[in-house]
Design a protein around this ligand. Structure first.
Ligand code: NAP
Length: 244
C-alpha cells in the first residue's frame, strides 16, 4: 500500500533512540522529510545518518524556551510524532517516589507533548493532511507494580490526545495515540535488565512494528481515524479474568 506520505514533512521527538529512531527511519524510507528532535545531539546524529535531508533539533521537550526556539527553525509540518518519554522509578512503591521523580515523569511524558504540539500547531494548521501521533503505552490501561508515575502519565497522554482531537476537529488535524506493550528498546532493557528481553516468556514487539502503526496513522489512508488509541498488546487486555 502506498501510504502517500512522500514529500511531506514530519517532526519526531525522542528521535535519538528506540521507537522515535525507528519512526524516523520508517518515515524517511517513505520519502518523508524528517525533523528530528531529542535532548541527545550525538544520538540524533546517528539517527540522521539514515534520514537524508533531516533537520536536527537538540532540545529538551520539558523546556518551553528550548521547544519554542527549536520549532522556530521549522517552516513546514504535516505531522508530529511525540515519542520522547521516560519511565521514571520502576519497582518503587508510591511512598518511595519523590516529588521530583513524580514531576519529572509527568513533565517529560505529558507536559512535553503539550509544549511541542502547542508550538507546532501554527505549522500543522497550514497542512491539508495534518496528523499527530502520541506514543502512550499499555500502561495507560493496565499497571505493573511499582510504576505508578509512568502509568498515570501514559493515561493522561491518552486523554490529552482524545481532547486534542476534539478541540482540533474543525481544523482537519487528526490526533491519534499508539499504546504498545513491551517494545525492545534501550528504555525497556534499562528497566527490565539488558538480557530480560532475550527469549522472553512474554511477547515483545519491535520498534519497527510500532513505527508501522505510526506510519499508517500519519497517512491519508487513515483519514477517517481520529481520536483513537491503537492498543498493540498482543490482545492481552481483551482477555477477561473469568476462568472459563
Ligand atoms: P528510549 O529508547 O529511551 O528513547 C527515548 C528517547 O527520548 C531518548 O533518546 C531520550 O533521551 C529522549 N528523551 C527523553 N526525555 C527527553 C526530553 N525531556 N527531551 C527530549 N528528548 C527526551 O525509549 P523508547 O522505549 O523508544 O520509548 C519511546 C516512547 O515509547 C516513550 O514515550 C515510552 O514511554 C513509550 N513506550 C515504550 C515502551 C517500551 O517497552 N520501550 C512501551 C510502550 C511505550 P535520553 O536517552 O537522554 O533519555
Amino acid at each position: 500500500m502506498d501510504l502517500q506520505l512522500s514529500g511531506t514533512t514530519a517532526l519526531v521527538t525522542g528521535a535519538g533512540s528506540g521507537i522515535g529512531r525507528a519512526v524516523a527511519l520508517a518515515l524517511a524510507a517513505e520519502g518523508v522529510r524528517v525533523v528530528l528532535l531529542d535532548r541527545d545531539g550525538a544520538a540524533l546524529a546517528r539517527t540522521a545518518s539514515g534520514c537524508p535531508g533531516a533537520l536536527l533539533l537538540v532540545a529538551d521537550v520539558t523546556d518551553e524556551a528550548q521547544v519554542a526556539s527549536a520549532l522556530a527553525r521549522v517552516d513546514r509540518l504535516d505531522a508530529v510524532v511525540c515519542c520522547a518519554g521516560i519511565s521514571g522509578p520502576v519497582g518503587a512503591g508510591i511512598e518511595d517516589v519523590s516529588l521530583a521523580e513524580w514531576n519529572a515523569v509527568l513533565s517529560v511524558n505529558v507536559t512535553g507533548p503539550f509544549l511541542v504540539l502547542r508550538a507546532a500547531l501554527p505549522l500543522l494548521r497550514a497542512s491539508a493532511t495534518a496528523s499527530v501521533v502520541l506514543i502512550s503505552s499499555d500502561s495507560a490501561f493496565v499497571a505493573s507494580p511499582g510504576m505508578a508515575p509512568y502509568c498515570a502519565s501514559k493515561a493522561a497522554l491518552v486523554q490529552f490526545g482524545r481532547a486534542l482531537s476534539v478541540d482540533l476537529a474543525d481544523t482537519g488535524i487528526r490526533v491519534n495515540t499508539v499504546a504498545p506493550s513491551v517494545v525492545d528498546t534501550p528504555m525497556s532493557r534499562g528497566d527490565l535488565g539488558d538480557t530480560a528481553l532475550d527469549e522472553a516468556a512474554f511477547p515483545v514487539q519491535t520498534a519497527d512494528e510500532v513505527a508501522a502503526h505510526v506510519s499508517y496513522l500519519l497517512s491519508p489512508r487513515s483519514r477517517a481515524v481520529n481520536g483513537t488509541t491503537l492498543l498493540s498488546d498482543f490482545g492481552y487486555t481483551a482477555r477477561s479474568g473469568f476462568p472459563a
